[in-house]
Design a protein. Sequence first.
Length: 603
Amino acid sequence: MNLTIPLPDEVERAYADLAGCADDWSRIDATARLILAIFDDFHRVLCEYPYRAMRAFEAIDPQASVRISKERLGLYSRYITQHGPRIRAAFPALVDNPSLWDHVDRLFCAMIIDRYEADTAFSFAHSIRRNICHELWRPVAYSFPPPSKHRALSMASVFRRLPVQGHIDGALVAAALRIPGFSVPFQDLRSDCERIVEQVNFLLDNDALDAALPVALDIVEAGFFRERMAFVVGRWVLSDSSLVPFVVALVNSERGIAVDAVLHRVADVHNLFSSTLANFHVTTQLYYQTCVFLFSLMPRRPLGHHYSTIGYNHVGKVAILNEVIEQLRQSGQKFQRSPGHAGTVALGFTFESCSYHLKVIRDRPTTSYKWGEFPGVPAVLDKYRVVHEINRAGSMLDNVLYYNLRLERDMFDPALLEDICREAGGSVNVDGESVFIRSLIAQLKIVPLPVYLETADESEIRSVITSLGNCIRNNAATNIFNKDLDSRNYGVGRYGRVFLFDYDAVERLTDVKIRTNLDREPGEEDIPDWFFEGGIVFLPEEIEYGLQLKNELARRTFHKVNADLMTVAYWRQIQERLMRDEVPELQMYPESCKLRAPEAAVR
């Protein structure tokens, strides 16, 4: 991909203005204006992606959908990487004199303070600052000014409220499904709406005299797009002010748009909006209100991750850090080493009431490292970055990466801080009451699979081992292969789903050589040919051994429900599909959410 982004005339003029300055004070003013011009160009391009995704859905072009998602994820970094060095060359004193940056920062904040997207602009400017000073132990703030008046005064404008006039009918549902404003027709909107009404009435019906009844339907005034699909997102408002999710999944074909499913359970909506999947493209610029709306449907998901779910990852980074600091303050706790098995490459820490698990990469892996020569911290971080920038197929935790971060020393347990400085001294430095961290990884906290299995009952074991197999399959479908299939690299989420969370051993599946020893004669003692091959060699029949499952029922269940994963044929078939650039279809919600045929929609 070409990393150079064509620049509009406004940006080139701003660079020319900076080059023509005769003193530092005029350069400070010109730099602030230049960064704003660059941001405006970035923000314009960013806001085009949801509408491009909508057009790809309407054109039935899944390849374009994948390309759009990948481009959007890399857009922010491409702008920072392109402009950071150029600004540094135009104003080199910024590197050595932090006070100059402080002046630029104050001017820039004054320019953006009344903008809706002030937080995004602020994060953008500080990312450029981090890029320019990346070789220095110089932290840059992960915070932004208070929300603008414009944002505060428009809190209700992201959704449309449709009153329920006595009862839910097809006209109400049809009005909701038309809100995204598709340019292609529905196949049979009337029939779909009738079936939705039957399904919704069945779900919300309650014969009790004091039962809460639906009084309104709130619908986000936007379409939500991901891969092949579109979604209409809303909520039923009941008479007792409680809320019930209403998310409609849409598919498109040559015959037109059709309803595929209706989601109403919080767990199903939670999994659909998981940050383990590709970002949604949402055709609204009101990202703050959109996240507040999503939070009303999924209040157990931290607000910061809602930003990431709709593609505002850098705003999410700020929100996540603020959440962690606030949880520390309220709990009175300190960062401690993460429970469970200590990582070979990453050193993890958290605290009991924290929603997140944090990691720093060791300077050198522990003695249990088994992959030959350690490639170094930057190479490991790059693997985490790659996972962030792909469709994680609902089976890999997203990563939030922080660079040049400063935290208070009092946040850390002294023993943990001593361990971090000893094991990751290249990334961590303590100066007085501050801890400077070059690179920090944050992930949602989940329960490591071996820990979960220690207390799980038989039904939970069977369910979670089935989910483990699906996790491995989904990873393969997105060209991700975890060569360290140890079960300690997998964890269980809030609703029983298994996720891969450790990425120092991930590789592209298409780079892996699938081999086997099952074709050898009994008693054959010669060294197999694959032993002398370079690169990554994988023997599927060794998955069971590699997982190191200590629970006998878990081992038997894996062998029974995931037998295909232990065959060469399965893995080579996936490789062939990936090499043909086929876009895999991923199941984003249970079959039970599918819209029932008319004859099935009965009690």
